[in-house]
Design a protein around this ligand. Structure first.
Ligand code: HEC
Length: 420
C-alpha cells in the first residue's frame, strides 16, 4: 500500500483507538473509584450507598441500588461500545502497522520467516490467549483467585518469552498487549455483558437473579481492572527501546507488569486503610532497579573496531587527536567520520533520508534524516540509543548492519562525535 495512505490510516485509526480507549478505561476507573468511595453509612432503603460530587460546574448525586430500583428506568446506559471499539480499532492498527509491513516491524531481525507465517502466529496468539484464559477462569482454579492470578501471570510471561523468540521486540510487546486487550474485551463481551443482561432480565421478570453469572462477571472485571496498567504501558512501549530492545525484554515486561499491578492494588484497596501502602514505594524502587539493569552503562557493549577502520583513522589522526577529549582511549584508534558516514549511508538512509528509497516510507521515519554530516552529528545520541545500546535500528535489521559497525558508531560517539 502507498506509504502516505498507510500513514494517514495509521493516524486516523490510532486517534480513534486512543479516544475510545480513554472512554473505556476512564469509565472503568471512574466506577472503581465510585464503588470505593460510596457513602455506605445509613443508606436509604434499597440503596447500598450514595455519593455527592461536583464536576464541571454541576453538583451530582449518585445512588447505588442494592439490586435494582423498584421500577427499572426506561433508559439504562450500558458501557460496552467503548470496549468493543477499542478492540476493533486496535486490531485494525495491528494490521496497518505490523501486518502490512511485517518484515520491517514484526519479524525478528534476521529471521527467515514469511510475513504470512508471522501474521498467522500473531493472530493465533490472540485466539489462543483468550481460549486458554477463559478455560482457566472456568476451571476449578477459578475458585482460587490468587492462585489463578499467579497462573495467568506466568502464562502471559510465557507468551511474552515465546513471542520474543519469533518477533522483533516491539512486535512481541504489542502482541502481549493485544492478547491482554483481547482478554479484557472478551470478558466484557462473553461474561460481563451476559451477566448484566441476565440481571436486568431477572429483575424485569421478578425472579431472583442467578448468583453465578454476576460472580463470574465480578472475577472478570477484577482481572480487567488489574490488567489496565500493564496494557497501557505496552501501548506506549515502542517509545522505549531499552525495554523492548533488550535481550531480556520479556522479563523486563514481566517486571513492569508486576509493579503496575502493585500500584493498581494500592488504589483498589486505599479506601479501607493503608494496609497496602507499601506497594507504591516497592513499585517505585522496582522501576529504579529496572532502569538500572537496562542501563547501557551497566553493560557496555564491547567496542571492537575493525582493522580497516583503524587504518583509515590513522590518516586523520593528526587532526582529531588535538580536539578529542580524554575519553579517547588512544589516538591510534580514533574513528574517522568517513567510516561512520559510510555505515549510515549503507544501513540507515534507505529510510532515514529526505527522500527515502525504501518503498515503505515516503518521508523520513520519526523525522530522523541522516543525509548530511551535520544531521548525523546532531542525531548522534539518538543513533547510539537505537543502533548501538539497543539494536532496534535498523528496523528488522533489513539493511543487515553488523555488530562491528555498531561498535564503530558507538566508539565514534564516545570520542566526541567529530566530523573529521
Ligand atoms: C527499514 C527502515 C529503517 C531503517 C533501515 C532504519 N530505520 Fe530508524 N526508524 C525507522 C522507523 C520506521 C522509525 C520510527 C519508529 C517508530 O515508529 O517508532 C525509526 C526511528 C528511528 C529513530 C528515532 C527513534 C526515536 O523515537 O527517537 C532513530 C534515532 C533511528 N531510527 C535511527 C536509525 C539508525 C541509526 C539507522 C541505521 C543504523 C536506522 N534508524 C535504520 C525505520 C528505519
Amino acid at each position: 500500500m502507498d506509504p502516505h495512505i498507510t500513514e494517514w490510516l495509521n493516524l486516523a485509526v490510532r486517534w480513534i483507538h486512543m479516544i475510545v480507549g480513554i472512554a473505556w478505561i476512564g469509565a472503568s476507573f471512574y466506577f472503581v473509584w465510585l464503588e470505593n468511595n460510596l457513602n455506605r453509612v445509613n443508606p436509604k432503603t434499597g440503596l447500598s450507598g450514595d455519593l455527592w460530587a461536583i464536576h464541571g460546574g454541576g453538583i451530582y448525586h449518585l445512588e447505588k441500588y442494592k439490586l435494582a430500583p423498584p421500577k427499572m428506568p426506561e433508559n439504562l446506559h450500558w458501557f460496552k461500545w467503548e470496549a468493543y471499539f477499542t478492540w476493533i480499532s486496535g486490531i485494525c492498527l495491528l494490521f496497518i502497522v505490523y501486518y502490512l509491513n511485517a518484515k520491517i516491524y514484526l519479524i525478528a531481525p534476521g529471521a527467515d520467516m514469511a510475513p504470512s507465517t508471522a501474521i498467522a502466529i500473531g493472530i493465533g496468539s490472540l485466539v489462543a490467549g483468550w481460549l486458554v484464559y477463559d478455560f482457566l477462569c472456568d476451571s476449578p482454579l477459578g475458585k482460587k483467585p490468587a492462585l489463578l492470578g499467579l497462573v495467568l501471570f506466568l502464562g502471559l510471561v510465557g507468551a511474552a518469552y515465546g513471542l520474543a523468540q519469533v518477533f522483533s521486540g516491539r512486535g512481541a510487546y504489542i502482541h502481549v498487549g493485544a492478547i491482554i486487550g483481547t482478554i479484557m474485551v472478551g470478558n466484557v463481551f462473553r461474561v460481563i455483558m451476559p451477566a448484566q443482561r441476565g440481571l436486568v432480565k431477572a429483575i424485569e421478570e421478578n425472579r431472583e437473579p442467578d448468583p453465578e453469572l454476576p460472580a463470574k462477571g465480578l472475577l472478570r472485571s477484577r482481572h480487567n481492572n488489574y490488567l489496565t496498567l500493564p496494557v497501557l504501558f505496552i501501548m506506549i512501549s515502542n517509545h522505549f527501546p531499552s525495554t523492548y530492545g533488550s535481550e531480556y525484554n520479556w522479563l523486563i515486561l514481566a517486571g513492569l507488569a508486576v509493579f503496575s499491578v502493585l500500584v493498581r492494588h494500592y488504589f483498589n484497596t486505599r479506601h479501607d486503610g493503608q494496609k497496602y501502602a507499601w506497594t507504591v514505594p516497592v513499585a517505585a524502587l522496582g522501576m529504579i532497579a529496572l532502569a538500572f539493569v537496562t542501563s547501557p552503562y551497566a553493560n557496555q557493549p564491547s567496542v571492537s573496531v575493525t582493522a580497516k577502520a583503524a587504518t583509515v583513522s590513522n590518516v586523520v589522526d593528526s587532526n582529531s587527536a588535538s580536539v578529542t577529549d580524554s575519553a579517547t582511549p588512544s589516538s591510534a584508534d580514533a574513528i574517522a567520520f568517513a567510516e561512520v558516514k559510510d555505515v549510515i549511508n549503507n544501513r540507515c538512509t534507505e529510510c532515514h533520508s529526505a527522500t527515502p528509497t525504501n518503498a515503505a516510507f515516503r518521508t523520513a521515519p520519526a523525522g530522523v534524516i541522516l543525509d548530511t554530516a551535520e544531521e548525523i552529528q546532531t542525531n548522534a545520541p539518538r543513533i547510539v540509543a537505537q543502533a548501538v545500546q539497543t539494536k532496534v535500528m535498523p528496523l528488522g535489521n533489513l539493511t543487515q548492519m553488523t555488530d562491528d559497525e555498531r561498535s564503530l558508531i558507538g566508539k565514534w560517539v564516545q570520542q566526541g562525535a567529530l566530523l573529521q
